[in-house]
Design a binder for this molecule. Structure first.
Ligand code: SAM
Ligand code: SF4
Length: 462
C-alpha cells in the first residue's frame, strides 16, 4: 500500500518491546511540552504493558488534552443519506450482497425532514454519510451536492446547520472541488486497515478493492482545496498496534506533502452489523484496555489533531475516553437513512448497532456533570481558520481560549432554546462558574455576546 512501510512499522514495534522505563519518562516529558512524537516514540508507548507506566501514559494524555483543548467537547450528529453500495466490505451491513436490509437513497425533501428533526433537537453540526453507489447509480457526486445544499438550506425557526462534514467514498480532484465549493467542512475517509493483505481480503469487490485509490483520497481532497481532512482506521480488522503506527505514518505523509496533518482522527471499533458475520466476531477484537491506550497514544503523538468518538461506543467508554484525548463526539446517532423520523413504514437498514442511545439533552447534561463544556461551535470554519492556519493556532494551545469562549456562547444558545429544565439548571451554573474564571476584558466580551443571545441573535462566535 502506498505511503505505508510495513517492514519499518513491524521493526519499530519489535524494537519497542525492548525499551526501558527511562525512555518512557523522556517521551512523556516531551509530549507534555506539546511536541509531536515520532513513530519510534509512539511505538514505545504502544508497546508498554506495565500497569504503573500505562497509568503515567494516561495521565500525560489527560494533561495534553486539557492543555490544548481545555474542557470543551464538540458535538455533532451523523446524517446517513443513502445505504446504496457497490462494495462488499466484509464488516459492513451496507455491502452489496447483503440482501437482509432495505435499501434507500433519501430524496431532498426526506433529507430536509431529517435535518429539521436534528435542528429541533439542538444539533448544529452534521456529518453526512453514505455508501458508495455503482458508477451509474443515483447516489453520485451530483446527489451529494444536492444533499449538502439542502442541509444548509434547511431551518427550524432561527436555527440552521452551521457545518456539514462529509464521509464518502474517494473522489477525483474535480469532484472534491465541487464538494469544497458547496461549503463542506471536513472531508473524512477511513483507510479501514493499513495492512495490505488484510485490506485486499476485507474488500474483495467493487471500487473500494484498490487500497491506493483510497489512501491517496486525502491528497486529492487537499489538492482540491479541502484542507480539513479526517482520517481513521477501523479497529478490529488487524493488529491494533500496527494500525495505530500506520495511521501515524499516514499523518507523517500528510505533514510532509501538505505541511499540515489531518484535522481529525477517528477510531471506530467494529460493531455488530445486520447480516454480516464478521462484524460480530472481528478477526482482531480490541479489548477496552487496548482501546483506551490507542486513544491516549494518539493524543500524545499528534496533540493538535482532534480525536472523534462515535456512538458505536457505550456510555462508560465514551466518558473514559474524553479524559484521555477525545475532543469531538456524536450524539443520538441513527445509521439508517431516514431513521431519525422513520420516513418509511419499513425502515431502511442501518449500518451497525450503537452503544450509546441517549438523547442530545441527556448527553449535554452528562457532559456538564463531568465538567466538560458541550460546544456547538463552528467558528474556525466560519473564520476560515482551517488547515495550516488552524494548526498554527492549535499547536501552541492558543485555540483553547477561543474555543472555550465559543463553547460557552453556543452552550447558552442551546440552553435557552432546547434544554430540559434539569439541564438548564446545571448548564447556567456551569456558564457562571467558567465566566468567573475569565479576566475582565474576556468577561466584557462574553457579556456582550450573551446579551445578543438573549435578544435572539444566533450563531455568534469570537
Ligand atoms: N461508504 C463509504 C466508505 O466506505 O468510505 C463511506 C463511509 S462508511 C458509510 C463509514 C465508515 O463506517 C466506514 O469507513 C467504516 O470504517 C465504518 N464501518 C463500516 N462497518 C462498520 C461496522 N460494522 N462497525 C463499525 N464501523 C463500521
Ligand atoms: Fe459500502 Fe462503505 Fe459499507 Fe464498504 S464501508 S460496504 S463502501 S458503505
Amino acid at each position: 500500500m502506498k505511503y505505508i512501510d510495513e517492514e519499518r512499522i513491524n521493526n519499530l514495534l519489535a524494537d519497542a518491546s525492548k525499551a526501558d522505563s527511562q525512555n518512557l519518562d523522556d517521551i512523556l516529558a516531551k509530549a507534555k511540552s506539546l511536541k509531536r512524537l515520532g513513530l519510534k516514540e509512539s511505538a514505545l508507548l504502544l508497546s508498554n504493558t506495565e500497569p504503573e507506566q500505562i497509568k503515567k501514559i494516561f495521565e500525560a494524555a489527560s494533561f495534553v488534552k486539557d492543555a490544548i483543548y481545555g474542557r470543551r467537547v464538540v458535538l455533532f450528529a451523523p446524517l446517513y443519506i443513502s445505504n446504496l453500495c457497490a462494495n462488499s466490505c466484509l464488516y459492513c451491513a451496507f455491502k452489496s450482497d447483503n440482501l437482509l436490509i432495505k435499501r434507500k437513497a433519501l430524496t431532498v425533501s426526506e433529507i430536509n425532514l431529517q435535518v429539521e428533526w436534528l435542528l429541533k433537537r439542538g444539533h448544529k453540526r452534521i456529518l453526512m454519510v453514505c455508501g458508495e453507489d455503482a458508477p451509474d447509480g443515483k447516489s453520485n457526486i451530483d446527489y451529494y451536492l444536492e444533499a449538502i445544499k439542502s442541509i444548509y438550506a434547511s431551518s427550524a425557526g432561527k436555527n440552521k446547520i452551521k457545518r456539514v462534514n462529509v464521509n464518502c467514498a474517494p473522489l477525483a480532484v474535480d469532484e472534491f472541488k465541487k464538494l469544497k465549493n458547496c461549503g463542506i467542512g471536513t472531508y473524512q475517509i477511513f483507510q479501514e486497515t493499513y495492512h495490505s493483505q488484510t485490506y485486499l481480503r476485507m474488500h474483495p469487490k467493487g471500487p473500494k478493492s484498490d487500497p491506493d485509490n483510497r489512501i491517496t483520497a486525502p491528497d486529492r481532497a487537499f489538492r482540491a482545496g479541502i484542507d480539513d481532512i479526517g482520517i481513521g482506521a477501523l479497529f478490529g480488522l488487524y493488529d491494533w498496534r500496527f494500525e495505530t503506527l500506520a495511521l501515524l505514518s499516514h499523518v507523517e505523509h500528510m505533514e510532509e506533502e501538505f505541511k499540515v496533518g489531518p484535522h481529525t482522527i477517528s477510531v471506530p471499533r467494529i460493531e455488530p452489523a445486520e447480516g454480516v458475520e464478521l462484524s460480530s466476531n472481528p478477526p482482531y477484537k480490541i479489548s477496552d484496555d487496548q482501546f483506551r491506550k490507542i486513544v491516549a497514544v494518539l493524543r500524545l503523538s499528534v496533540p493538535y489533531t482532534g480525536i472523534i468518538m462515535s456512538t458505536r461506543e457505550d456510555i462508560q467508554m465514551r466518558d473514559a475516553l474524553l479524559s484521555l484525548g477525545v475532543s469531538q463526539i456524536s450524539a443520538e446517532s441513527n445509521t439508517s437513512p431516514g431513521g431519525y423520523t422513520n420516513v418509511d413504514k419499513e425502515q431502511a437498514g442501518g449500518q451497525f448497532s450503537l452503544g450509546d442511545h441517549r438523547s442530545l439533552d441527556e448527553i449535554v447534561g452528562a457532559l456538564i456533570t463531568h465538567d466538560y463544556i458541550p460546544s456547538f461551535c463552528a467558528a474556525c470554519y466560519r473564520m476560515e481558520r482551517t488547515g495550516e492556519s488552524f494548526m498554527k493556532l492549535a499547536m501552541p494551545g492558543t485555540i483553547k481560549g477561543k474555543c472555550s469562549m465559543n463553547a460557552l456562547i453556543t452552550l447558552k444558545e442551546y440552553l435557552d432554546d432546547f434544554a430540559s429544565g434539569q439541564v438548564k439548571g446545571v448548564g447556567y451554573k456551569m456558564i457562571e462558574r467558567y465566566f468567573k474564571q475569565l479576566g475582565p476584558s474576556e468577561q466584557d466580551k462574553l457579556q456582550f455576546f450573551f446579551s445578543r443571545v438573549r435578544e435572539g441573535v444566533r450563531d455568534e462566535y469570537v
